[in-house]
Write a protein that binds this ligand. Structure first.
Ligand code: F6P
Length: 328
């Protein structure tokens, strides 16, 4: 990639939204303006890039958004950007405006698009890890994860009240198509007896056995947290089998769904979004191109966009042991 001085930058949010994206947009816009850059807001992710739905941002454009969920730039999953023709249209729109640097706030799918785009058109791209799933390798946090987990915990605590009152088994499904971090964190934090995640093969017989054993001990209240992407098939599938095997038990399900994606971002999400947003612009100015900005051990971590692979299979044994021991 040729070194060129970045003078005008674009910022977009792509893929599933996550609480804290607005705080990141605000940080990118204000850091850019602080350094004398022109900052262009690209609407609806790569879709807006292709359709030239782009507007100049001012400092005031991002006033009063740090506390708001969603994304003022809106977002989309854009199939057209997978095709060369789509990316070329996007490039032409940037070229016409003189935009020569891009900040992409999103997950690994969005980063993959950015890698391809920067290779083909020589536009430096910086990623900011924004997804509630926390499924990107190289960062301890992704924007939105902390808020999503806290939302799940609050909801599960409420379910637990009614579960306890009725001596029921509850299966709660949380988000996480490919990763079990929301299930694992919210499950441990709410004292779940079983946590089912995509990274581990679900042994339903072993779960039935543990529920029967608890029943013998008169422990009738049992909470199972399952990630939507668990190999067994989510809450419905688990309930079906448990009902067959435990006909006497009262079993209910609750699917938390998109409430986990909304709401005011937590303090942690606002902080990491502000830090990542600030550093993404610094990276563009320093010529540190085609990386994404993560945070590890409370320090900034710059990882090549190409390495932003799904963080699958990295759940530590220690965590699973804790789940098992504390669930007795
Ligand atoms: O990637 C974040 C995520 O919330 C996943 O956990 C979930 O599977 C997916 O997005 C849902 O996407 P959509 O809102 O497009 O249905």
């Amino acid at each position: 990639m040729k070194m060129q001085k970045v003078t005008k930058i674009g910022v977009l949010t792509s893929g599933g939204d996550s609480p804290g994206m607005n705080a990141a947009i605000r940080a990118v816009v204000r850091t850019g303006i602080y350094h004398g850059l022109e900052v262009h807001g690209i609407m609806r992710g790569y879709q807006g890039l292709i359709e030239d739905d782009i507007q100049l941002m001012e400092s005031r454009s991002v006033a009063n958004i740090i506390q708001r969920g969603g994304t003022i730039l809106k977002t989309a999953r854009c199939k057209e950007f997978f095709e060369y023709e789509g990316r070329k249209k996007g490039y032409e729109n940037l070229k016409r405006r003189g935009v020569n640097g891009l900040v992409i706030i999103g997950g690994d799918g969005s980063f993959r698009g950015a890698v391809q785009f920067s290779k083909e058109f020589d536009i430096p791209c910086i990623g900011i890890a924004g997804t509630i799933d926390k499924d990107i390798l190289g960062t301890d946090f992704t924007i939105g994860f902390d808020t999503a987990v806290n939302t799940a915990v609050e909801a599960i605590d409420k379910v637990r009240d009614t579960m306890d009152a009725h001596d029921r088994i509850f299966i709660i499904e949380v988000m996480g198509r490919d990763a079990g971090y929301i299930a694992l964190h919210s499950g441990i934090a709410t004292g779940a007896e079983n946590i089912l995640i995509p990274e581990r093969k679900t042994d339903i017989d072993q779960i039935v056995e543990s529920l029967l054993e608890k029943e013998r001990r008169k422990k009738l209240v049992n909470l199972i947290v399952v990630a939507e992407g668990d190999d067994f098939g989510g809450a419905d599938a688990v309930q079906k089998v448990l009902k067959e095997k435990l006909p006497m038990a009262e079993i209910r399900i609750c699917i938390l769904g998109h409430i986990q994606r909304g709401g005011s971002p937590s303090c942690i999400d606002r902080l990491i979004a502000s830090r990542m947003g600030y550093h993404s612009v610094e990276c563009l100015l320093e010529g540190r191109y085609n990386i994404f900005v993560g945070i590890q051990n409370n320090k900034m971590n710059y990882i090549p966009l190409e390495n932003a692979v799904k963080n699958k299979g990295k759940i530590s044994e220690e965590w699973m042991k804790i789940v098992k021991i504390l669930a007795s």
